[in-house]
Design a binder for this molecule. Sequence first.
Ligand code: MEZ
Length: 536
Amino acid sequence: MFTANMLESIKKVEATREERMKTEPRRMTAEEKDTLLKEFHPDYREDGFAEIKVGPNKGQKAPKELTELIHSNSRLIKDKVDINRVDYDCDVLVIGGGGAGSSAAIEAHEAGADVMIVTKLRIGDANTMMAEGGIQAADKENDSPVQHYLDAFGGGHFAARPELLRRLVMEAPDAIKWLNDLGVMFDKDEDGRMVTTHGGGTSRKRMHACKDYSGAEIMRNLRDEVLNRKIPVVEFTSAVELIKDDKGQVAGAVLLNMETGDYMVARAKTVVIATGGAGRLHYQNFPTSNHYGATADGLILGYRAGAPLLYQDTIQYHPTGVAYPSQIFGALVTEKVRSLGAMLVNKDGEAYAHPLETRDVSASAIIRECAQGRGVETPLGSGVWLDTPMIEILHGEGTIEKRIPAMFRMYLNYDIDMRKQPILVYPTLHYQNGGLEIGGDGFTKAIDNLLVAGEAVGGIHGRNRLMGNSLLDIIVFGRNAGKAAAKKAKETVLGEMTLSHIEEYEKELAAAGIDTGKVSPMLLPNYARHEREEQN
Ligand code: MEZ
């Protein structure tokens, strides 16, 4: 299945393996990391970004593709909707049916609220489902939330909002217990203790996993719980704008039925945005590990209503996306492969960096190797080797099939046996470090009664996220958002509903002379457009 040049390079990987396994590559110094990031991390490529000209973050930069969505028009300028004809009335409206949205809905329901989920695909069609390697929590004797905090704070370049990160790490052990009690089948040893491993930048083994389909297993249980509780889920329906009331608090959302094109109105006392990430915007033309629905919708909804973004200029490129074969280009190769001992090796068989540097550093080092001609040529670019046969040498035969069975099967589909041959990887667009700004209680600071949870939040992780802290944040912040939204709904009296904020935003666009000719939120990526362009 590999090409001749790849097979040639594999010989060098094999020839250096024994010697490489005697000494791990050393960790980079802080100065070395800084220099590498500035030279090779995509966040530092000026031409990938554009200035935001309107709204709360005016004057700041964002990825070009996101800026274009921010600068685009509301659908509701052309398509008029009578917001006083209410189709759904509830206490808590959760926008998004992934892990954060489902956790929020479960807790809001538990607190006695009348809660409803609206999701543009089906419940569970989300990045949560795609997460592989695990979820962090400091719940063993040799570890503590303080240690977890220090790892994540350093890994995020000391930029995480302390009140958010504190909540993340302190509530992590309880998040694992909650999931375990719901029925999540975590990997456990013969004594019933959770099996935990390292991730990039962790000082303790605190990654809890369900083999290499941790997200799917977590989502399976969350979805069952939502359905068992009979929480209403309106599928194939997007939120396209938030509605406010005359007191300035959020009052619901305008919904679009994705099949019929009809608009509907959901009135709600509190709203939780849990719409996930932006991988399908393919920033800087990167492939993505993300779910089809990851188009930054919640960021646009919140921003147009007046909620500021935080760290919208920092993106996570997962170091190990599939570089070859082309059919699965950009798909995630879980960091767990490196946690289990596989080294990153260039075309000459050199291990050029420690396999568990933080993700931004690791991705930059791969980009450097390829940019400087030490990558292996592939049909779609180049990549470096992840020396997977090392796993079986280190931990014994059968480890790959036992610990990372989904990855093993994915490659076998293309006649690559990762137990015997290394695999080719290159960074893939994985996560938005930034998002809507919230306080420790989950509420946006700018709009009353509007909460945000999950990947749509900015500030939990700072400017780089560690492995396993995203599955954790959707649970911790999802659950808290649900509880807080239910409580706030009890004391909320809605005023008259309005979309005047949309009109104000449109005026601001016009005053800035902006006309992208497009509408946002995007809702679904438009791959068909690229095909047409190629044919012309
Ligand atoms: O947190 C993540 O992004 C994650 C667990 C990814 C992975 O490599 O498996």
